[in-house]
Design a protein around this ligand. Sequence first.
Ligand code: ZN
Length: 187
Amino acid sequence: MQRFEGALIKKRKPLVTLVIYGKINQDLSNHLYESFFKFLQSIDDNLEYTPEINVLQMPNPQIEEHGKEEEVFSRELDKITGKIVVGVTEIGIYDRGISRNIFGFGKAGAGLLSSYRFQESSPKKMKERLGKEIIKVFSLATDVWHCRNENCIVSYHRQIQDLDRNRGVCKECTEKLIKNINQYMED
Ligand SMILES: [Zn+2]
């Protein structure tokens, strides 16, 4: 899609590669793409280029040992082309430090979302919550860390229900994201 800024057509530039791993179905991956796309569109006026999202489909990597999921996926994500790479998998990412599966992780241009703990909710709720959590993982991958504002998507989520209080990304995080996205697109 082209956007018109007065008489100028803004240039498009590849930014994100969305990697759909394993058994994530078409309906959910479309929803995640849409959520992502809408978010980027909402800040497009402040971005130097209109970002493009590429979608890739891949099998889940082999996890040699329980608890190594983050390490294995990080290695996989690093091999994929894209300024910022965000993966989605149905596999649980077990964090030994806290003895539970986490929703996702991200830093330095790569992140992963796990739908594992979201499966207990209804399909509708699951889509709604994951549509928010993907923005959170993207923020982490873009080096915007946990926010203290409970209403913000970038805030810490202990339970999947915690996402229900989030309506969007707060002003402060949005500003940080814009700054970081512009930087990632330049690099
Ligand atoms: Zn925030």
